[in-house]
Ligand binder design. Structure first.
Ligand code: THU
Length: 158
């Protein structure tokens, strides 16, 4: 039997060393947006921001519900809003931020990874994704697909 492995490539950096002004602007907008999260049950405020190809920056945050499974994550709030309101403009880059003192940036949940993957596939162009921690640590994948290797997608339904 052949043993196989999948690996995920990502980069580590810090907010303090961000040189690209566009990237810094996106991070700053995303961090500010965490206050818009509606998270009265978990108090775990997540925000996500993206930059479209035309330079537009859009943000989203998690929205919880007393019926817990009705809640929606920041990433899917943002992706759904963007796809319906800007259906033809490419998403270039996404930032995810969690407003909590943690040592490491928080990676998107499995359901959001699936949604991010399809957002990328529908536009046929990679979306860079960075996870930003409150302490300034940043983890970046060059493509959302890097977060979900061995994934299910629409090609199986053809
Ligand atoms: N949450 C997100 O918004 N994004 C993720 O990727 C992980 C979890 C939210 C959902 C819920 O409102 C809270 O964090 C706690 O799970």
């Amino acid at each position: 039997m052949a043993k196989k492995q999948l690996t995920i490539s990502y980069e580590e950096s810090t907010y303090q060393t961000v040189a690209n002004p566009g990237f810094k602007e996106l991070i700053d907008a995303t961090i500010l947006f965490a206050k818009n999260a509606y998270a009265p049950y978990s108090n775990f405020r997540v925000s996500a921001g993206l930059r479209l190809k035309d330079g537009t920056i859009l943000c989203g945050a998690n929205v919880e519900n007393a019926s817990y499974p009705v809640s929606i994550c920041a990433e899917r709030t943002l992706i759904s809003n963007t796809i319906v309101n800007y259906p033809t403009t490419l998403i270039e880059e996404i930032v995810v931020y969690v407003d909590k003192d943690l040592n490491e940036p928080v990676p998107p949940c499995g359901m959001c990874r699936q949604a991010l993957l399809e957002a990328e596939q529908r536009q046929n162009s990679v979306i860079k994704l960075s996870m930003v921690a409150k302490n300034g640590k940043i983890l970046t994948v060059a493509s959302c697909s890097d977060l979900l290797p061995w994934s299910f997608d629409g090609s199986y339904l053809d």
